[in-house]
Design a protein around this ligand. Structure first.
Ligand SMILES: [Zn+2]
Ligand SMILES: [Zn+2]
Length: 333
């Protein structure tokens, strides 16, 4: 079954670059009538951006672009997640576990959080739940997910944040190392402060704690620490990979094949790497498939290649979820 379980509706910060990406994405669905780069065309671009801000990301109008692409790419199941840090209800959690106070990176991260955290979790949940019937009528199952950051020590607080909502699944992610958001392009020089092998060892320990925490159905992009190409020789990581795989298997938690770093970041490689993938498959860890798209035109991107890659690695079934119950379905068919 062709599924995309990792799709975002919006994510700041709201840079000039973001404006460009969002208007470019809409042009895949609503071609503008005027000649490109003419003054009339530019006015149409601005009007599109304005409509997008008026309608907001939690509107049927915006989600319809996602539906259109999902149909074009023959997806049968689509899961929307937004990052937990988008939601005001989670302010305490992130201020506790992210570094938002140190003079070095704290001020930058506090600023970042202030930009990206601007919606309400209950509004997101209500919106997605309210769209499920329409998607079903269009032949696609829409799922309510969440991508939640895991922090060692924050388990109870996270549990309390997630507990009130009827999620179909929760993805656990590790985007932070000792409070530092290591996938933030503006903070990447911080990699130079660490011994890489130790950094990977500690990162994977956190990933294992996330897997064993009982909080998550899926652990996202297991080796995202490679985002800016800071990675030791993979031969030195094999034992760590195996240990992560065994922990996932034991905790009965799935992972995903995620192309986000392949098409959006310097490393240009999917998660997990080929070496890691082979180890995860050998250990019997269940997989789901995702795009990590942040814009509607990327929904289902590389879905065919990912299916083929998993199949070549020996994966026959993928994991799908309903109200946090996992089911394994044939990868093709
Ligand atoms: Zn992520
Ligand atoms: Zn994501």
């Amino acid at each position: 079954m062709k599924v995309d379980y990792h799709i975002h509706l919006e994510e700041g910060p709201y840079t000039h670059n973001y404006l460009e990406k969002i208007t470019q994405s809409m042009e895949h669905f609503v071609p503008l009538p005027s000649k490109q780069y003419s003054k009339a065309w530019f006015a149409e671009v601005v009007a599109q951006a304005h409509r997008r801000m008026q309608e907001t990301e939690y509107s049927e109008w915006w989600l319809n672009f996602y539906l259109e692409r999902a149909k074009q790419r023959n997806l049968k199941m689509v899961g929307i997640v937004d990052h937990l840090y988008r939601f005001n209800e989670t302010s305490d959690y992130f201020h506790t576990y992210m570094d938002t106070t140190s003079s070095e990176i704290g001020a930058i991260q506090a600023d970042w959080l202030g930009c990206v955290m601007n919606r309400s979790l209950s509004e997101f949940v209500e919106f997605i739940e309210g769209q499920k019937a329409k998607w079903k009528a269009n032949g696609i199952e829409l799922k309510l997910g969440m991508e939640a950051d895991y922090f060692i020590g924050g388990e109870e607080q996270l549990q309390a944040l997630l507990q009130p909502y009827p999620f179909d699944y929760v993805i656990g992610s590790v985007h932070f190392y000792d409070g530092w958001g290591f996938d933030n392009p503006g903070l990447q020089t911080k990699f130079l402060d660490y011994d890489l092998l130790e950094l990977y060892q500690n990162h994977f320990e956190t990933v294992k704690r996330a897997a064993a925490s009982n909080l998550f159905d899926i652990i996202a992009h297991l080796d995202n620490l490679k985002v800016f190409k800071h990675r030791p020789d993979e031969a030195l990581l094999r034992d760590m990979y195996r240990s992560v795989a065994k922990t996932l298997k034991q905790a009965d938690v799935a992972t995903e094949m995620n192309p986000g770093l392949y098409y959006r970041y310097p490393v240009k490689e999917m998660c997990p790497s080929d070496t890691f993938l082979d180890i995860l498959v050998a250990e019997g860890v269940p997989f789901t498939t995702s795009s990590d798209s942040h814009f509607p035109h990327d929904v289902g991107i590389y879905a065919d290649q990912i299916q083929d890659k998993l199949k070549e690695s020996g994966v026959k079934e993928i994991a799908v979820f309903d109200k946090r119950m996992r089911q394994m379905v044939p990868i093709h068919g």
